[in-house]
Design a protein. Structure first.
Length: 103
């Protein structure tokens, strides 16, 4: 159990730090489960628009924050229950999507 907890702590830190390094996105440290809920208002897109852009053009699956109610606008839900290599790849694609959203 301790090994799993440490692995998920490392993945959590990886995704939170990576998201916070992307201009236009900010993410607080989640306290439970294995989901990050980053604020994406700096992208200039709605939650649904940005989630669709991520999936359709960059191959990253995310849920729009509005899937959890109107107060979720401006947020996404991302799972970090994946390998560190895949999380790094996803972070790169998210950064690319932010650049594409500016166009």
């Amino acid at each position: 159990v301790a090994e799993f907890r440490e692995a998920f702590r490392q993945r959590r830190d990886l995704i939170v730090d990576g998201l916070n390094a992307i201009e236009g996105i900010s993410c607080n440290l989640p306290k439970g489960a294995f989901y990050a809920f980053p604020n994406i208002t700096g992208t200039g897109r709605t939650s649904r628009e940005f989630a669709d852009l991520l999936l359709e053009e960059h191959g990253v699956a995310a849920l729009a924050g509005t899937s959890f109610g109107a107060a979720g606008e401006g947020y996404l839900r991302l799972s970090y229950a994946n390998s560190e290599a895949n999380l790094q790849k996803a972070l790169g694609r998210i950064a690319d999507a932010v650049q594409a959203a500016k166009v």
